[in-house]
Design a protein around this ligand. Sequence first.
Ligand SMILES: *Cc1c(COP(=O)(O)O)cnc(C)c1O
Length: 429
Amino acid sequence: MREIEINREGHLMFAGADTVRLAEEYGTPLYVVDEGYIEERCREIKKTFIEKYPNANAVYASKALQTLDVCRTVSREGLGLDTVSGGEIYAALKAGVDPGKIVFHGNNKTPEEIRFAIDSNVGRFVADNEYELHLIDKIAGEAGKKAAVQLRVTPGVDSHTHKFISTGNIDSKFGISLEKETRNRIIKFAMESENIDLRGFHFHVGSQLMENDSHLMALDIVLNLIKDVKSELGFEAGELNLGGGFGVRYVDGEETVKVMDFTDPMMEKISGFCSSEGLILPQVFIEPGRWIVGNAGITLYTVGSIKEIPGIKTYVAVDGGMPDNPRPILYQAEYEAVVADKAGSAAGKTVSVVGKCCESGDVLIEKIAVADDIAGGDVLCVFTTGAYNYSMASNYNRIPRPAVVMVKDGKARLSVKRETWEDLISREI
Ligand SMILES: *Cc1c(COP(=O)(O)O)cnc(C)c1O
């Protein structure tokens, strides 16, 4: 979470706006996104990475938070866009993103998605496996085009993060195994295909990482791969994609990290290795998602029932929960919260914040101290919900998805309309 600002009325401020007014005007639950913060994060990446190194490129992993508005903001700031499905590519194109700056990921792209991406002239495919590489080859051939491809490899590094968001270890559904025979067969196919322009390699070790050691270990492995593949097959990688995974602070006491804490040592390693091994310096890509948008977002809820079980605990129920934020139930994710209309009150009351779904597991925050005088009708703000909330939201229990409001310099605008009950049945026959 970020520093808290409180106005004279004791209301929590966010991006220069009074959060209690936002809740009144747009209703709750409400996702509030600070556009200025997204711009700042992009600019930091530009300054400390893209402009610092001659061969550096950054693409925003839009699965973290993909709205047309966010696509436009990051594109305006000069970043490319990572996508993982036809739907994400479709939305990115509708937002006006340059197709040449779109990177298409995913471990099981369908023929329909690949065709759409090829017809749309998407800039890069990150091929995840042999089956997919053959599909890309075939579909590009049919379209008379050459697909620019990076091959995703599995470096076999275990990252210090939740098992479900760790992706780089050997037993992973993602990427090509580095076992020599397998990788050489796949690389050779890509080299020889007339419909594939093999650019290089990609790895992504995991998400919400606060230390750079997994990235550095994976990088060592992939640099050696580049060297070996050059001598074994004569292919010299012109591109190296380091993935994303840079963590953000969710709760008090957690560290904050800078992208350059990861990229500086990696860039040093890359240039050192390439010059000592006589390799060309590849174009380097990074793919931050959460780091750009995590702390750009908050969620505002209205407090409903408060149940005190003497000697056990106090439950504070809000008008959203796992449908708008599945991360606690998926990853045991932790969050901070404040009673937005009583942000100045002493926070001495320990409660559990729960959602409104018919699931005992629908707990947003297991244990948190909130304003002593919390009551039904208050606005509760949960911080750091910019990443993997809106984009992971569901309609479980037929609960409409919240609206998204973008705020910049205190000015708010509706970015995504709240779903209605009518929307919920609109496709039913
Ligand atoms: C999810 C993902 C990212 C972004 O991860 P963050 O932790 O949000 O930075 C980047 N690259 C790939 C391949 C991913 O799957």
